[in-house]
Design a protein around this ligand. Structure first.
Ligand code: PNW
Length: 468
């Protein structure tokens, strides 16, 4: 960098980190190679009706073989940090026994990144649980948390000499609620109490892994967790609306933030969900202390706000286990893929709020991005002004949050590549780089070039004021 930004542009702090993110099952492919065992996502994707068009991660972006090309693309974008995840079933195909060839892949990837001057940020769990552990109950079984800590130790033993930045879980909200309550994600269960039990065991797994990792970490290592937090929007500021917002904020945000950063589940949320029965027998003495292990960084993933309104206090809302007395409102204004609302102020407000309420932990935006239909030009170029606009608006929001006092250390775009978008299969594209799945050809989109120029300037151009 060192470039002089255009007048009026929004300049980021000098040590602000820029990057992109992916996840193992979404990009790697090679699902039976080098001893990899099946994950819950292989099994789920093979069930009829679970994933759009019967798609799966079987080939995905073939990143397992094409990682040198993908690292070269990252260099082209000029990123500082690459956030990726390790596939647990490559490292322990049955959830227990070490398969060194699985770690060999991440060894090669990490070396390729370091040679390119890119800082690897490793996530241990981005949803691909070994199927063998699902067969003994998965995250409903407390033992899975212990298995996770064991696995974390194996990965650290191999890569801890070169990887400084360690993230335990990506979005335990999704694993617990989408996996066990709405059934939209693997393992596809629809049981509210199981979802809360799973959430606790995920957090416990984080805590156990944190203590395993900390025992081997030194000064230069960093430990984090990544949460998808909601920016809750209501239309009125009366008591009923504040109560609806409290409930949604409670189950989506504080149910995870409070045990991690304040050492206890929030009492009001436990009361909200108590009508479900005694799921919290899963919480044993000492668990909350483990979960509250100190963090060096909190990753926040944000895409779209949650709009809610009050409803009959006894009415069940759906979306989250035990949620009552709330109605979800339709999205407004500009809608991206999945009909997610484009609302950059939601990101600003979320960062400011988390930084104010949990001031001890620095923040990083570990995912943010948008899906739009594919637009390949005749000359093979890919122009995506909608994604460029989403990116710039959200970067301005991050800048505004920093100006308002939020301690935000970096921004990682979701995603480097178009990839396997879970239940939506290949029908939603989030990449800064287009992937032609027939040929596996990669093409940097105009949004990717835009991101590269933001990184080079360490600044975002100002919003053009509306005319007329
Ligand atoms: C995140 N929701 O998932 C994941 O971390 C990524 O792997 C994924 O590709 C990306 O967002 C885009 O979907 C989410 O329903 C999936 O609120 C669903 C929700 C939130 C996050």
């Amino acid at each position: 960098s060192g470039a002089v930004a255009t007048p009026g542009s929004l300049v980021f702090p000098a040590d602000f980190r820029w990057g992109t993110a992916t996840a193992s099952y979404q990009v790697e492919g090679a699902v039976t190679e080098d001893g990899r065992g099946p994950s819950i996502w292989d099994v789920f994707a093979a069930e009829p009706g679970r994933v759009h068009a019967g798609d799966s991660g079987e080939r995905a972006c073939d990143h397992y073989h094409r990682y040198p090309e993908d690292v070269a693309l990252m260099r082209e974008l000029g990123i500082d940090v690459y956030r990726f995840s390790v596939a647990w079933p490559r490292v322990q195909p049955d959830g227990r026994t070490l398969e060194p060839r699985g770690l060999d892949f991440y060894d090669r990837l990490v070396d390729e990144l370091l040679t390119a001057g890119i800082d690897p940020m490793l996530t241990l769990y981005h949803w691909d649980l070994p199927q063998a552990l699902q067969e003994t109950g998965g995250w409903r079984n407390r033992d899975t948390a212990h298995r996770f800590a064991d696995y974390a130790g194996e990965v650290f033993a191999r890569l801890g000499d070169r990887v400084a930045h360690w993230t335990t879980l990506n979005e335990p909200w999704c694993s617990a609620y989408l996996g066990h309550f709405t059934g939209l994600h693997a393992p596809g269960l629809t049981d509210a109490r199981a979802a809360l039990t799973a959430a606790h065991h995920l957090l416990l797994g984080h805590g156990l892994a944190a203590s395993t990792l900390r025992a081997s970490m030194s000064e230069r290592h960093r430990l984090s967790i990544v949460l998808n937090l909601a920016s809750v929007r209501v239309d009125e500021d009366d008591e009923a609306h504040r109560e609806a917002a409290r409930r949604v904020d409670g189950l989506q945000n504080r149910f995870f933030l409070d045990p991690l950063l304040r050492g206890a589940y929030p009492a009001d949320v436990l009361a909200d969900v108590s009508w479900l029965g005694d799921w919290d027998t899963a919480v044993r003495a000492g668990d909350e202390e483990l979960i509250a292990a100190p963090l060096d960084l909190l990753g926040i993933n944000y895409y779209s706000p949650s709009r809610v309104a009050p409803a009959d206090p006894e009415s069940v809302a759906g979306g989250m286990p035990g949620l009552r007395g709330v109605r979800h409102l339709p999205p407004r204004g500009t809608l991206t893929g999945f009909d997610w609302e484009q609302e950059p102020a939601g990101l600003r407000d979320l960062l400011v709020r988390v930084s104010r309420d949990y001031p001890e932990v620095p923040l990083m935006v570990t995912e943010n991005g948008s899906a739009w239909p594919d637009r390949v030009e005749d000359d093979g170029g890919v122009v995506d002004p909608d994604r460029e606009n989403y990116l710039l608006e959200h970067l301005r929001a991050v800048h505004a949050a920093i100006e308002a006092g939020a301690d935000v250390r970096g921004y990682l775009a979701w995603s480097l590549l178009d990839n396997f978008e879970w239940a939506a299969g290949y029908s939603q594209r989030f990449g800064l780089v287009h992937v032609d799945y027939q040929t596996q050809r990669r093409t940097v989109k105009s949004s990717g070039r835009r991101f590269a120029s933001v990184i080079a300037d360490n600044a975002v151009p100002p919003a053009v004021p509306p005319t007329g």
